[in-house]
Design a protein. Sequence first.
Length: 417
Amino acid sequence: MSLTSSTFRALRHHNYRLWAGADLVSITGTWMQVLGVNWLVLTMTGSAAGVGLSLVMQALPTLLLGMWGGALADRLPSRPVVIASQLAQAALAAVLAAIALTGVESVLPIYAVALAGGVVSALGGPALGRFGAEVVPPEDLPNAMALGSIINSAGRILGMSLAGMLLPFTGQGGLFVANAVTFFAVIAAVAAMRSSEFHELATAERQPGAIKEGLRYVLRTPWLLVVLALSLVLGSLGRNYQVTMAAMSAGPLAAGAGGYGLLSTVFAVGTVIGGFVTASRPRLSIRLLLITAFAISVLQALSGLMPSLATFAGAMVPIAAGAILVDTAVSARAQLDSPDAMRGRVIAAVGMVGAASGALGGPVLGWLSDTFGPRPALHAGGVVCVAATLLAAVALTRFSRQPATQPNALRPVLENA
């Protein structure tokens, strides 16, 4: 198989082609709305903290309700839940459009919509994850996830660019209307998929204590717990580069807002490169995850030494690319090496870790940058991530030596990775 065909092998499947196309449209609309909401809140409150509060409103439900959404995803058919969540998100985008177009002066309704959107994402997100795993066979799921990261990066760049061009003409309301329409592209794609080509996952029986069962599975599966813990550390202290890039631009690099914009663009390019590299890999193993995590952690510690904007930007490219590989490997291994009937709750656990990473890491790195400076913050974060990766490697090696008959042993993961 050639490199090109290997990189795009998930696109061989009709249902995934529809899903990928709809995903690009939906993500583009989402980032158009993100820019519109941030600008609307900023103009109404005059405070960057107000923008941050809206982000907290969106992330909080995932931390509180994510496992409940996972339990629902494991029990209910994926397609109806996906369609219902898309309709709900479209309705919320329409509400935002009404708020913007009618000139409501209070920011509270916007926060309420952000909170409601977070609830919909928390309850519907795991079902989206399960559905995404059903449109490709298991052996192509890691490739589909990697291509998804490329689509996410491309949609982010396209959405932000379109929003910037349209905002002066349509206002925020026009951006929200456009986002509402994009959700119907997903619904149309789901309706056009071939039922005979789905790779349906086993569902869980309806029973009390499903959420506790999901939490118990994570806590009693040592390798999964270690991988999620490593992901939390890497995501909080090694992934919140929006904070450290801004601090480096405003501080040691003296590059200002233009430099921050350049670094953000370079980082986005790195994520696209990482997506292609990840998609070209035939397998995403635990070993590859650990090697990549170690490499980007060392690079993070060294990035604080970079003397200029150009050298710092150069360091961002492999770090961003490696971050995509690590995130995709974590999701792929967590899903493929867990029981089908537990898939939604495992996806929810991964999502909760991601939300916690953003909520914890941003303030911590911001405090370190303000107190000790951006360079020491990068050094400290990198060193902690290196230590966490080495500890995870030791723990996972120990678990891999467990007897294959022991429940939740790592051996199947290493053999199938």
